[in-house]
Design a protein around this ligand. Structure first.
Ligand SMILES: Cc1cc2nc3c(=O)[nH]c(=O)nc-3n(C[C@H](O)[C@H](O)[C@H](O)COP(=O)(O)O)c2cc1C
Length: 217
């Protein structure tokens, strides 16, 4: 058979003219079947991993803001264990939804103390902060909390929003406004205080759940 008559002619290998045409077709079918089989197996494996993934929600909250977000996640993942550093361990979980409140630029010491338990796990971070004006600020906070995690954690994603602060903080800012030297800063902080007072709210909770679902697949 002339080379140009053989549609599987790729040189001198298996698809060269010395192999019969039907053997080449059979070989190609086997190859296609093998590729389809491997692909299907990998899809089934990843679906199974997602369905069987054990999730735990571990959070710390001093005044209730982060607890509100944790509750929203628990409604979305009702089978997940819901715990605080005081109440349970996350040893059995494959994936931990880790909630923190911002304490001097990072997560609380109480939460830091249980982070070694997250070794080898998937982690989705969520948190609240008194200063919630920009994503770049949130991003810095997230980087600091990530740095506290064991090195072998796989961070799947994160979500942060503002969280209202206590009345004592407002009084401090109001006092700053009474002093001409600190008035400008005090006014800026008061504006931020008022903006944060509306958070976290139902929209924040919905955005968190959406972000988490997208991250975990
Ligand atoms: C002691 C203390 C330190 C805080 N430090 C920060 C901070 O560094 N940055 C920030 O944005 N918010 C800070 N906040 C504000 C809280 O992170 C914010 O109000 C948070 O939503 C509280 O969450 P929770 O109600 O879950 O405790 C601080 C609050 C307190 C009481």
């Amino acid at each position: 058979m002339a080379a140009h008559q053989n549609r599987f002619h790729f040189g001198n290998g298996f698809f060269s003219p010395q192999f019969p045409h039907h053997t080449q077709i059979l070989y190609k079918l086997c190859l296609d079947f093998h590729i389809c089989f491997c692909y299907t197996v990998s899809i089934i494996k990843s679906i199974k991993e997602r369905i069987c993934m054990k999730i735990a929600i571990l959070y710390d909250s001093a005044t209730g803001n982060t607890a509100y977000l944790a509750e929203a996640l628990h409604k979305a993942y009702p089978d997940a264990a819901l715990c605080t550093p005081d109440t349970c361990s996350v040893t059995d979980a494959d994936c931990v939804l880790l909630g923190f409140w911002t304490d001097k630029g990072t997560c609380s010491d109480k939460l830091k103390a249980v982070l070694p338990e997250l070794s080898g796990k998937k982690v989705f971070l969520f948190g609240t902060a008194g200063f919630g004006a920009s994503d770049s600020y949130f991003s810095q906070l997230i980087d600091r909390v990530k740095a506290e995690l064991p090195a072998d954690c796989q961070v799947m994603g994160w979500y942060m929003c503002a969280g209202r602060m206590g009345e004592g903080v407002r009084r401090r800012y109001e006092q700053m406004c009474e002093n001409p030297e600190t008035r400008e800063k005090g006014e800026m902080l008061l504006r931020n205080f008022e903006a944060a007072a509306a958070h976290p709210n139902a929209d924040d909770a919905a955005a968190l759940v959406e972000r988490c679902r997208a991250a975990l697949g």
